[in-house]
Design a protein around this ligand. Structure first.
Ligand code: TMP
Length: 223
């Protein structure tokens, strides 16, 4: 990657705790690197993305190919207007989901050709890939229970409603991608307590980025 910033994505099934872990990692990376930190997400990291998010997750039925293109459109706008400018400023950008979600959900989940889905997103983003991708891996059944117990979460969105087989395919797709590109991915077991998971995320991300090892127990100083 040519930009001076650091691009990190979080991936995983629904309800594995990505947004909490991404936020905690972002706070810590800001402290240890002294860089600006931009926390964002897909879909919906921009105003246009929020419109696309509402349409794709909470609107009427969307055909699988249209769905893939809507996520790619969100990603194209997100990268062009928010992610790349931040990386050009030298920021750390931590995104809650990126291209691998499309390959896992629209490819494995919706059973579109994974190569096509990936190529559309690579075109959309002019090939921008994260330096590190953190896969928070958990059994989808446990993750669904966790999500149900989180206060204030409403009815499941359409993708969350589609069932156990879909969720299992998505999980396998993430694990396969992580295994085939080990230099980019770190895989962390998401079943533990928030602070324990965060401590492992910090150790693994620090190692990938060549930062000093995190102070043990530091993850307990929650942001
Ligand atoms: P979130 O709940 O993690 O914000 O994600 C919203 C849903 O969108 C989630 O069920 C996964 C799905 N999704 C895709 O299917 N493809 C994508 O490319 C992205 C970014 C998300």
């Amino acid at each position: 990657m040519d930009e001076p910033g650091i691009f990190i994505s979080f991936e995983g099934g629904d309800g594995v705790g990505k947004s909490t872990q991404a936020r905690l990692l972002g706070v810590w990376l800001g402290e240890v690197t002294g860089r600006e930190v931009v926390l964002t997400r897909e879909p919906g990291g921009t105003a246009l993305g929020q419109v696309l998010r509402d349409a794709v997750l909470h609107g009427d039925h969307v055909d699988a190919r249209a769905e893939a293109l809507m996520y790619a459109a969100d990603r194209a706008h997100h990268v062009a207007t928010l992610v790349r400018p931040a990386l050009e400023r030298g920021a750390v950008v931590v995104t809650d989901r990126y291209l691998d979600s499309s390959v896992a959900y629209q490819g494995a989940g919706r059973e579109l050709a994974a190569d096509d889905v990936e190529r559309i997103s690579l075109w959309a983003t002019r090939g921008l890939m994260p330096a590190v991708t953190v896969l928070l891996d958990a059994d989808p059944v446990l993750a669904a229970e966790r999500r149900a117990s989180v206060e204030g979460k409403g009815a499941p969105d359409r993708l969350e409603s589609v069932g156990a087989e879909f969720a299992a395919r998505v999980r396998e797709a993430f694990l396969d991608r992580a295994a085939s590109e080990p230099h980019r991915w770190v895989v962390v077991d998401a079943a533990g307590a928030v602070d324990d998971v965060q401590a492992q995320v910090r150790v693994d991300v620090a190692a990938r980025l060549g930062l000093g090892a995190p102070t043990p127990g530091a993850a307990e100083a929650r942001a």
